[in-house]
Write a protein that binds this ligand. Sequence first.
Ligand code: FES
Length: 81
Amino acid sequence: MIEVEVCVGSSCFLRGSEDVVRAFQALIEEKCPGCVVVKGSFCMGRCTGGVTVKIRDEYFSGVRQADVPRLFDKYILPHVR
Ligand code: FES
C-alpha cells in the first residue's frame, strides 16, 4: 500500500496541513479507494517552505492544497495497481 505522510507539526499545521490531508483523502476516495494510506507526521525538519509531504520516501516541501492533484497524478497514480 502506498503511504503518504503529511506533516502536522506546528509550522506546517499553520500553513494548511489539514487542507492538504483533506485534498489527498478526497482524491483517494474518487480515484482509488483504499489504495493509499494518509498519515499525519511530526515535524520533518523542513519547515521553511510550507506543508511538507512525504510520498513513497520522497519529500515535497511547500505543498499547498492546490498542489495535491498534481502530486497525486505524478507520484501516486502510476504506482497503483
Ligand atoms: S513543522 Fe512540518 S516540517 Fe517542520
